[in-house]
Design a protein around this ligand. Structure first.
Ligand SMILES: Cc1cc2nc3c(=O)[nH]c(=O)nc-3n(C[C@H](O)[C@H](O)[C@H](O)COP(=O)(O)OP(=O)(O)OC[C@H]3O[C@@H](n4cnc5c(N)ncnc54)[C@H](O)[C@@H]3O)c2cc1C
Length: 435
């Protein structure tokens, strides 16, 4: 590869979330002063969304925010506080609030948005779990359940995952957390908890072991669970499904369908605006100088952990091109997550592969063997806490989460914990057949 000689390469990153910050900070480590980095963000802070699941149970949303100005200045990154409207790929410019910003490499990390309107009645009748503001609304509703229970009333809470939601995990966390919390508040008797999802199995993308964990938890906690329930419409007090079922509710909590937060005309994308990418490099199809990382790209599972892996791959490819070398990192979709339940947590490490089937776009790799690990334990709550502290701490200091000695130590810690506390699943097929 020839590399970029003389002038510094102009790299523009759109979006100050997981994917954007990880790319910008990692690229600064890998390319040093050879990259002139501009970060365009419509928010003046990074939002640590995963911990917004604690807001309905009392966490102050202000604790989820990391202001961007200091870490950007610390790494010599120009911060442009505005929304990017348009990409002129031929002229290699981004249009931002009337200003044109030229680039040699562009990274689109603008994340996703919600489109509740595509399910009739959903926006009107359900509380969503997308923004911290939504989570404050949920807090009021959950406090209402406790108050009603103390008056001797009984309420039916229905959780709903509609098709095209690309990250149902947090809603599974909230239903299990709510059950534990209500018991602790001595208000469990007053709430009937019901779950419904369009998925054929619970947390379908993460395979049979996660399904089993959820099924066992629902049974143990007296939660009525329904999978394979595709919502058709939401009425003021019931939800109608394609299979003819009708579930009533007093309180409806839903995680709506996903779309791209910003649709960039002229770039290849799917029908939801997610940019078409080459899997390993995160290059946007047809534009070798444009990369899409995190929720903005077309990888079917939207997760912060996967956004990190994609950002690392994009940064490695850009740095290699600047230096005229070969990239050392490619995107390998091995998901990792810790699901909170308050009385314990569940860890999952899931090697994924694309299937090409739109109805089931990813699956656990059939040859995953011992790399597919799932385990539940009280100790995993400490793992969740550690992740919740370390990501904002790294970003506050302008460091990539997956950078250098820090991540090696973290990975070793998680590896040791999962060796002790998570069961490797030897044969995915055998496990599936056993169900
Ligand atoms: C409640 C909840 C809990 C979750 N829990 C987990 C979890 O436990 N583990 C996990 O791995 N994932 C979790 N996720 C998913 C995770 O938060 C997302 O996958 C992750 O945020 C994606 O990162 P991103 O950088 O692509 O997008 P984001 O983090 O959403 O960042 C995108 C950024 O771009 C900005 N932006 C958007 N449009 C523009 C524009 N046109 N111009 C400039 N800036 C723009 C946005 O304001 C935002 O700051 C959770 C999500 C939610 C909602």
């Amino acid at each position: 590869m020839p590399g970029i000689s003389g002038a510094r390469a102009r790299v523009v990153v759109l979006g100050g979330g997981f994917g954007g910050l990880e790319t910008a900070f990692d690229l600064r480590l890998l390319a040093g002063k050879r990259a002139l980095i501009t970060l365009v963000s419509d928010q003046d802070h990074f939002l640590f969304k995963p911990n917004s699941i604690y807001v309905p149970f009392g966490l102050d949303p202000a604790r989820l925010r990391v202001p961007l100005a200091r870490p950007a200045a610390r790494r010599g990154i120009e911060l442009v506080g505005a929304r990017a409207h348009e990409i002129d790929a031929d002229a290699r410019k981004v249009i931002v609030a009337g200003r044109q910003i030229p680039y040699d490499f562009l990274v689109v990390a603008t994340g996703s948005g919600m489109r509740a309107e595509e399910v009739p009645g959903l926006a009107e009748h359900a509380i969503s779990t997308w923004t911290p503001q939504d989570m404050l609304g949920l807090r009021d509703a959950f406090e209402g359940l406790v108050a009603a229970s103390r008056r001797g009333a009984r309420r039916r809470v229905l959780f709903l995952v509609p098709p095209n939601n690309k990250c149902a995990g947090p809603l599974y966390e909230i239903v299990l957390m709510l059950e534990t919390w209500l018991r602790r508040m001595k208000a469990r008797e007053g709430a009937e908890i019901v779950w419904s999802t369009y998925e054929d199995t619970y947390i379908q993308a993460f395979g049979p072991r996660l399904h089993q964990v959820v099924e066992d938890e629902f049974e143990r906690r007296g939660i009525e669970g329904h999978h394979g329930h595709v919502v058709e419409r939401v009425e003021p007090d019931s939800v109608a499904y394609g299979n003819g079922a009708l579930l009533e509710y007093d309180l409806l909590v839903a995680f709506p369908p996903y779309v791209a937060s910003t649709a960039f005309a002229g770039l290849s994308a799917d029908d939801r605006g997610f940019l078409a990418t080459e899997l390993a490099s995160r290059r946007v199809v047809g534009h070798p100088e444009i990369f899409a990382v995190g929720d903005a790209g077309d990888f079917p599972v939207k997760q912060a952990f996967l956004a990190f892996l994609q950002a690392d791959a994009a940064a490695a490819h850009i740095a290699a091109e600047i230096a005229g070398t070969e990239p050392e990192t490619a995107f390998d979709p091995v998901s990792m997550c810790v699901m909170e339940q308050f009385d314990k947590a569940t860890f999952a490490q899931v090697p994924l592969r694309l299937t090409g089937d739109p109805s089931r776009p990813v699956e656990v790799r059939p040859d995953a063997d011992g790399d597919y690990r799932v385990g539940s334990s009280k100790a995993w709550r400490a793992g969740k806490k550690m992740l919740g502290m370390s990501v904002p701490w790294r970003f506050r200091h302008g460091q990539p989460f997956h950078g250098g000695a820090f991540w090696r130590a973290m990975e070793a810690g998680l590896g040791a914990m999962s060796g002790l506390l998570a069961r490797p699943v030897a044969k995915v097929g055998a496990d599936e057949a056993a169900r």
